[in-house]
Write a protein that binds this ligand. Sequence first.
Ligand SMILES: Cc1cc2nc3c(=O)[nH]c(=O)nc-3n(C[C@H](O)[C@H](O)[C@H](O)COP(=O)(O)OP(=O)(O)OC[C@H]3O[C@@H](n4cnc5c(N)ncnc54)[C@H](O)[C@@H]3O)c2cc1C
Length: 405
Amino acid sequence: MSRRLESGSESGPKSTSQHSEPVGDYDLVVIGAGLAGLSLACWLLQLAEDGQATLPRVCFLEPRTSYSNDRTWCFWDLEPQPFRDLITHRWFRWQVSQGDQTACQSDRAAAYAMLPADVLYQYALARIDESPAFDLHLGVTVSGVEHIDDGALVSADQRRWQAKAVIDTRPPGKGQLASGVGFWQVFSGLEITCPKHGFDTSTATLMNFQPGYPHPCFLYLLPLDEDHFLVEWTAFQLEKESASDYRSDLDLWLQRQGLGYYEVTREESGSLPMLRMPAVQSFGRVIRAGVGAGWMRAATGYHFVSCQRGSAALARQILTAHASDDWRLQDPTVRAGWLDWMDSVFLRALKRHPEKAPQWFVGLFAATSAAQMSRFMNDQPRWRDALAVASALPPGPFVRAALPW
Ligand SMILES: Cc1cc2nc3c(=O)[nH]c(=O)nc-3n(C[C@H](O)[C@H](O)[C@H](O)COP(=O)(O)OP(=O)(O)OC[C@H]3O[C@@H](n4cnc5c(N)ncnc54)[C@H](O)[C@@H]3O)c2cc1C
């Protein structure tokens, strides 16, 4: 049986009404097969294998017709997850700098890790392909979800899918984004082959602040080996802007490095909402997941680790629901509420004093340990880590930002 069905490849009678009869006999429909959808698939497979549980019948609906190497996921590799063996690079040292000030952290037990999207996509698609319980339909753009008594109906084009529950991983809607307080993290990046580029391959540069811009701007530089590196020009902007606006800044910076000959082998760019999104209303049978559910960390734009945590929690609920045939699901908690509150305060303070960003970030990484920052950045701080972070920042602007007026 084909598990990866192209748009329009369904067989069966077509109805004469606007929509055809619902297709498939699925327990669950997952809308979107990006990071959250594919993570959910892999967590379901892994947890079912570990617990010898039966898999529900799941249908994944995705508008793309093919996958490309469109991004790299970086995160601190602190906990197991289904893609851990696919990590291609690890750095045990990372730094934040501005001018001649550099804060460097290192810890053999905490690696900053990189996972290229093509590696993850290929692995997850192969796992879905192998599973008789899963179908992936490419070229399908969902237009609506309807609640029915014993489940939900998902519509796309002229077709509908009926299932006992739906996980919706579509990106956030305009309404969700409009009300948030924060920034847009806009970045334009290049993967470059440059023999003997000279950057220290043992250190990941998370932020190298660039002077002379009205908004915080920094270089992100990951030396992949002696001859390759990934470099991104990143800006925190008040409005969503096109990342292509920053390509010329990046080119100029590269010129200034005097690298000689280099070849661009890949490009990636994006605009990530650094906003605390209003809670989405999930219903027992239809649950939001991924960035659209607010899983991305507002103060950092990191999402990979919270996505693994959310997907694992959802997969556990789904296996239990399948065993009991009670499909009332709940939104998983991906991080503590007080951490979201800390992020809101941080973003409010940064919005009032964008010129202070380099000083605050360098000071933060200088005053905390690698273990503390990696846990804090990965949404898993202990109380002491959070206290260390809070006390590394100047009290005045942050206390004022914490006040409700
Ligand atoms: C270039 C780039 C680099 C990033 N790097 C990092 C990083 O280093 N670390 C990190 O933690 N985070 C990173 N992020 C942020 C975040 O992890 C990614 O954006 C991640 O892919 C978001 O996961 P998601 O599943 O919520 O969204 P996506 O991966 O975008 O998946 C959503 C899916 O829904 C599909 N979809 C959209 N509309 C419909 C529809 N109508 N019907 C059906 N399906 C639909 C989309 O095609 C997509 O496949 C990066 C983001 C970008 C863009």
